[in-house]
Design a protein around this ligand. Structure first.
Ligand code: FAD
Length: 370
C-alpha cells in the first residue's frame, strides 16, 4: 500500500472544510488549521443546483434536507414591487440538484459534523519552507510539520496567495452590501429580488420562518461603516413597502456590512501550494456561485490528488481542470454586474422579455459535472 499524501488545509470556511472532508473520504491524511477561535457570524446563502449536487456528493444531502429550504422560484421585481419575471429554478436545475436557501451557520455546522477530524483553531501558518520532500510548516502555536501539499483555503484576503503570487490582490468591484437574517413574517416563499438603479434588495427563505436579507449599492469606493440600519433605510427609501418593512427590523441595525471584492489572478499554484475557494477566485455574489465553486474545487482537488504521478503535475492538472469553469462564472458575474448602471426602464424591459433565456445562458453550462 502506498503511503497516503499528507495535506495541510489552511482555513476552515466552506472551501477548507469541504476540501478536508473530500480528501479524508479518499483516504488522504489531512490536517486543518483555522486562525479564528470561533466561527464568524454568518448570514444566509442561496445554493443553486450545482452547489447542492456538490454538497450532496460530499455527504451533506441529509443535512441540507433537514436544515435548508427548497427554493423553487426566483422572482424578479422592480423597486416598487412590480413583478418583472419568475424563473422556475427547480426546472432549470432538474437532474442536478434542488436549489436551497440555508443560513451560513447551519451549513458550516453540517460541514463540521461531516468531518471526522479536529480543526486546530486559533492556529495559523507562521513560515513555509519548500524542499525536495515537501513543505516544512511552522505554526503560530510553536508546532511544526512536513506536508506533501498545502491548500490555501484562507479566503479573499488569503495570506497564502501572497506566497503564490504577491501581485494577485483582491479588487473592490464597486459595491457595498448589508446582510442580516430576520423572521419571515411576510411569508416570502421564493428567492425575491427588488431591482433599483445601482441598488438591489434580495430576500431568501433560509430556514423555518427565517429570511435572509441582502442589500447592495454601487459606490465608487467602500464607504465608512455608518450605523447600518439608518444608512440602509436612507438608500432604500424609494423601494416597495415590503423592503422598507424588512429594513426597519432591529436585525437590520446590526447588519453585517462589507465591500465586495473579487480575485481574478489565474496563478493559483506555486510548486506544492495550491489555492482554492475565495482565495483563488472570489467573485461578486450576483450568481451565488461561491459555495458551488468552492465545493466543486474541493471534490476535484481530492480526485486529482488521488491520481498517480508527480504531485506538482497532479496539482497543475487540477488547476487546468478548474480554471475554465471558474473563469466562466467570473465573466458571467462581471457581465451581470455591468448591467447595474443600465437605465431601469431598459433593464426592466429586457428582463420582462428575456429573463428565462438569460438564466439559461448564465447557468446552463453549470449543469455539466465539473
Ligand atoms: C456578500 C456575499 C454574499 C454571498 N452570498 C453567497 C450565496 O448566496 N451563495 C453562495 O454560494 N456564495 C455566496 N457568497 C460566497 C461564499 O460565501 C464563499 O464563496 C464561500 O463561503 C467560500 O468561502 P471560502 O471558504 O473560500 O472563504 P472564507 O469563508 O473567507 O473562509 C476562509 C477561512 O480561512 C480563515 N483564515 C484566513 N486566513 C487564515 C490564515 N492565515 N490561517 C488560518 N486560517 C485563516 C478565515 O478565518 C476563514 O475561516 C457570498 C459572498 C459574499 C461576500
Amino acid at each position: 500500500m502506498p503511503i497516503p499524501l499528507n495535506v495541510l488545509v489552511v482555513g476552515s470556511g466552506v472551501a477548507g472544510m469541504a476540501a478536508a472532508g473530500a480528501m479524508h473520504r479518499r483516504g488522504l491524511s489531512v490536517d486543518i488549521v483555522e486562525r479564528r477561535t470561533h466561527s464568524p457570524a454568518g448570514a444566509g446563502l442561496f445554493l443553486p443546483g450545482n452547489a447542492v449536487r456538490a454538497l450532496t456528493e460530499l455527504g451533506l444531502g441529509a443535512a441540507l434536507g433537514a436544515d435548508g429550504v427548497p427554493i423553487h422560484r426566483q422572482r424578479l421585481r422592480d423597486q416598487r414591487g412590480h413583478t418583472l419575471a419568475e424563473i422556475d429554478v427547480t426546472a432549470l436545475w432538474d437532474g442536478v440538484g434542488q436549489p436551497m436557501g440555508i443560513t451560513y451557520d447551519r451549513l458550516r455546522t453540517a460541514l463540521v459534523d461531516n468531518l471526522p477530524l479536529p480543526v486546530r483553531t486559533g492556529v495559523t501558518v507562521r513560515a513555509l519552507t519548500e524542499s525536495e520532500s515537501g513543505v516544512e510548516v511552522e505554526f503560530s502555536d510553536g508546532s511544526g510539520g512536513r506536508f506533501d501539499v498545502v491548500v490555501g483555503a484562507d479566503g479573499v484576503h488569503s495570506e497564502l496567495r501572497r506566497i503564490v503570487n504577491p501581485q494577485a490582490e483582491a479588487r473592490y468591484v464597486g459595491q457595498i452590501c448589508w446582510r442580516f437574517v430576520t423572521d419571515n413574517t411576510a411569508d416570502i416563499d421564493a428567492w425575491t429580488v427588488w431591482l433599483g438603479r445601482g441598488a438591489t434588495f434580495l430576500a431568501v427563505p433560509v430556514g423555518k420562518d427565517r429570511l435572509y436579507c441582502y442589500a447592495d449599492l454601487s459606490t465608487s469606493g467602500p464607504v465608512a461603516v455608518t450605523p447600518a440600519g439608518s444608512s440602509l433605510a436612507e438608500h432604500f427609501s424609494r423601494f416597495d413597502n415590503q423592503v422598507r418593512d424588512l429594513i426597519a427590523r432591529p436585525e437590520a441595525t446590526d447588519a453585517h456590512f462589507s465591500g465586495i471584492e473579487e480575485v481574478t489572478d489565474p496563478a493559483w499554484r506555486i510548486r506544492r501550494i495550491i489555492l482554492i475557494g475565495d482565495a483563488a477566485h472570489a467573485s461578486s455574489p450576483n450568481m451565488a456561485q461561491g459555495v458551488a465553486m468552492s465545493v466543486e474545487d474541493a471534490l476535484v482537488l481530492a480526485e486529482s490528488l488521488s491520481g498517480t504521478g508527480e504531485i506538482e503535475q497532479l496539482l497543475e492538472g487540477y488547476r487546468q481542470r478548474r480554471l475554465p469553469r471558474t473563469q466562466w462564472v467570473q465573466a458571467r458575474t462581471r457581465r451581470r454586474d455591468s448591467t447595474r448602471g443600465t437605465a431601469p426602464v431598459v433593464r426592466n424591459t429586457v428582463l420582462r422579455l428575456a429573463a428565462p433565456r438569460i438564466y439559461e445562458r448564465d447557468y446552463g453550462r453549470l449543469r455539466d459535472v465539473p
